[in-house]
Design a protein around this ligand. Structure first.
Ligand SMILES: Nc1nc2c(c(=O)[nH]1)N[C@H]1C(S)=C(S)[C@@H](COP(=O)(O)O)O[C@H]1N2
Ligand SMILES: [Mo]
Length: 440
């Protein structure tokens, strides 16, 4: 390419010309490769170049989009995914809730890479829908057992020193439909009530320092501005540890679905405690025992008593490839992948089994391994075309090992809904199809 080819259009044309020359030269090699690829497939057609027939946009041909100009800047002032990816969306289970106001939608885990959940795909959980809050008319009141009660605007909040963390939020009902038997034949529905975002805001401890808490203060009540007035009692230890009042998610203002303009974020704890559309924090000396910590979000045990305040989301994991949405298409080498997480800290280790838990192989932890965040794991595996029972088992930095269903039921009985973190099994059929089964 000449130095004087200055305009972008010229540059693109030059690139296309270079490409054409290259393709003409290397046509023979491309054809050889095409044959190789076709031969590798189970049903490989043994005709040289057959894989290319009818595929006029594949090499060595030059597709029309390489020979023309594309759309310009600001075609989408707020960007959106390729239309070819329009199947990557949140979905709900229509029979699960009576309406869409007090309901839930699920993150499409099978379609995601890395550990960050794009804001548009974060699962939604509302008790009374999304309130259309005008941030200029929203305030956070901090009162109760404090020396100096305050009412903060969103702008006031942003004047405090901020911090950013990558942490998961998981609804404790994640997998709740699976307590008694395998039911949902999709990863999106067995594990999709979890997300992992970068959250930015102010440490709750900073705000509590500002108001000054009284000597006997032991609890914080967080209340939302939505029609459900959702409220939870948070022990002071957590409030002073890593609880945050956040106003940004993945670098931009919180989405309305996630609590715009501000939400409480309790890293590692059941999502229900991360009160959205936060309007009030009351400091007290006892828990409030509101609806969401008595009639709901308690765990009925085998002896008829209910476990209360089960705040932490314990260590859990799931294989995300293969899974019902992502079957295998041909035998050969794959990277089996999955996600692990623990509300207690970092993931230390993940093992994968292909025979329903009889033998285990250590997986590799990939990319960032952060506390209370999704952690991706991978393991190369040669599929021989036979059936398999694929499982993952995570261990966190406290040494806690993800339980089997038998261990979980021994500890918790069979009447729970929340906090199901048992080892999950995908049954791989010899067709490559994957289905949800349960092994105790
Ligand atoms: N004010 C308010 N906060 C709320 C809720 C709600 O309905 N109202 N739902 C809770 C529940 S049950 C969960 S699991 C999380 C879900 O967070 P997300 O919708 O951002 O994924 O928000 C919690 N905070
Ligand atoms: Mo939840």
């Amino acid at each position: 390419m000449g130095k004087d080819e200055s305009s972008t259009a010229d540059l693109l044309q030059a690139v296309a010309r270079e490409g054409e020359k290259l393709q003409a030269n290397e046509r023979r090699n491309f054809l050889k490769q095409g044959l190789l690829l076709a031969g590798g497939a189970l049903s490989g057609a043994a005709v040289p170049g057959a894989a290319l027939a009818g595929e006029s946009n594949l090499p060595p041909n030059v597709p029309p989009w390489t020979k023309s100009l594309g759309s310009g800047v600001l075609t989408n002032p707020y960007g959106k995914p390729s239309p070819y990816e329009s199947h990557i969306v949140r979905r709900n289970v229509p029979w699960l809730t009576a309406d869409k106001i007090a309901s839930i939608s699920f993150t499409p885990l099978a379609e995601l890479s890395g550990i960050i959940t794009p804001s548009s795909l974060v699962f939604e959980r509302y008790h009374a829908g999304v309130p259309p809050i005008d941030p200029a008319q929203h305030r956070l009141m901090i009162h109760g057992m404090v020396d100096r009660p305050i009412i903060l605007s969103v702008d006031d909040l942003k004047r405090f020193p901020s911090t950013s963390v990558i942490r998961f939020i998981e609804c404790p009902a994640n997998g709740g439909m699976e307590w008694r038997a395998a039911q949902m034949d999709a990863l999106q529905f067995t594990h999709g009530m979890i997300s992992c975002c970068e959250w930015t805001g102010v440490l709750l401890s900073t705000l509590l320092q500002e108001v000054g808490i009284k000597k006997d203060a032991a609890w914080v009540l967080a209340e939302g501005a939505d029609g459900s007035h959702m409220s939870r009692s948070i022990p002071m230890d957590k409030a002073l540890d890593d609880a945050l009042i956040v106003y940004a998610q993945n670098g931009e203002p919180l989405r309305p679905e996630q609590g715009y303009p501000i939400r409480l974020m309790n890293p590692g704890w059941e999502g229900n405690t991360s009160v959205k559309w936060l309007r009030r924090l009351e400091i007290g000396d006892e828990a409030w025992y509101h609806r969401e910590e008595t009639s709901k979000y308690t765990d009925l045990l085998a002896d008829g008593r209910a476990r209360k305040f089960s705040y932490v989301q314990e260590c859990n994991s799931v294989v995300t490839f293969p899974c019902p949405e992502k079957p295998l298409t041909e035998r050969g080498r794959y990277e089996v992948q999955g996600l692990a997480w623990s509300g207690e800290g970092k993931i230390k280790r993940v093992d994968v089994s292909f025979d329903g838990g009889m033998n285990w192989r250590p997986a590799r932890l990939k990319g960032l391994v952060l506390p209370k965040a999704l952690t991706r794991f991978g393991l190369e595996w040669d599929w021989d075309g036979g059936p398999a029972m694929i499982q993952s088992r995570a261990v966190d930095e406290t040494g806690y090992v993800q339980p089997t269903y038998t261990q979980l039921r021994e500890a918790r009985g069979n009447s729970s809904i929340y906090h199901k973190n048992a080892i999950h099994t995908w049954r791989l059929h010899d067709s490559g199809k994957v289905s949800n089964v349960q092994i105790s």
